[in-house]
Design a protein around this ligand. Structure first.
Ligand code: IPE
Ligand code: IPE
Ligand code: MG
Length: 239
């Protein structure tokens, strides 16, 4: 298929794309506006990206919205972000239901404000039977936190250490049952993983692009998908 002058091969489409949505603060700063203005503008980008991923037939889209380290930010920014997340989930619920999107949250919900947990639980329940795009929102997510939780769960389940395999570990992560990300995109030019999907990224392709998240659009997404499709994935093998 052709989009914005790029050719995308349907057979080479990534099953799972994960995005570190970074650069909202710098986008706002360039405009001499408060950081939260950048976060607010980012909601439209999230909306359009979810719709486009769904149109492209991507199976899983994971969006990193709030990390276990983001609590270090000012109270104003943290509560502003929580309110925007709440607003997004409530506003998008109808559209997600109509577009057959199934929502999952990756992360520790216990530290989130009660109203966010309620909105999220409502949206998860409402979209549970959908079988289109699986949308994962990483919220109070940390890769190390996820692994500690998995280890605790395995011990609680009485897993026999002798029989623990990679599949056992994968099955105890927030992404249980989903394929590992084929492609991880990070916007804003930063080249680090920032505690995202540490186990799942073992063989992901990485693209670090300079675009700031509020400027990311379907054309940018297409360009990065076309770049991904040119990669030679060897998984340690040789030809
Ligand atoms: C990403 O944008 C959004 C979150 C981390 C919640 P930032 O807020 O990190 O933007 P920069 O990196 O300061 O530009
Ligand atoms: C990573 O971005 C987290 C999210 C996008 C939610 P940060 O902006 O928090 O990461 P660092 O601090 O630059 O590593
Ligand atoms: Mg950042």
């Amino acid at each position: 298929m052709e989009h914005f002058g790029y050719h995308l091969d349907e057979a080479l489409m990534p099953k799972h794309v994960a995005i570190i949505m970074d650069g909202n603060g710098r986008w706002a700063k360039k405009r001499k506006r408060p950081r939260l203005f950048g976060h607010r503008t980012a909601l439209k980008t999230v909306h359009d990206t979810v719709a486009f991923a769904s149109d492209l037939g991507i199976e899983v889209l994971t969006l990193y919205a709030f990390s276990t380290e983001n609590w270090k930010r000012s109270d104003e920014e943290v509560s502003g972000l929580m309110n925007l997340i709440l607003e997004f989930i409530d506003k998008q619920l109808e559209e997600m239901t109509q577009n057959n999107v199934r929502l999952r949250i990756l992360g520790d919900k216990s530290r989130l404000p009660g109203k966010v947990v309620e909105a999220v639980d409502r949206a998860i329940a409402r979209t549970e039977a959908n079988n289109g795009l699986n949308l994962n929102i990483a919220l109070n997510y940390g890769g190390r936190d996820e692994l500690i939780r998995a280890i605790k769960c395995m011990m609680d389940d009485g897993c026999n250490p002798e029989t623990i395999t990679e599949e056992t570990v994968s099955a105890h992560l927030y992404t249980a049952g989903q394929p590992d990300p084929d492609l991880i995109i990070r916007t804003s030019g930063e080249k680090r993983i920032s505690n995202f999907l540490l186990w799942q990224c073992a063989y992901s392709e990485f693209i670090f692009d300079d675009v700031l998240w509020p400027d990311f659009d379907n054309e940018t997404f297409t360009r990065l998908l076309a770049e991904y499709q040119k990669r030679d994935r060897r998984y340690g093998g040789a030809k």
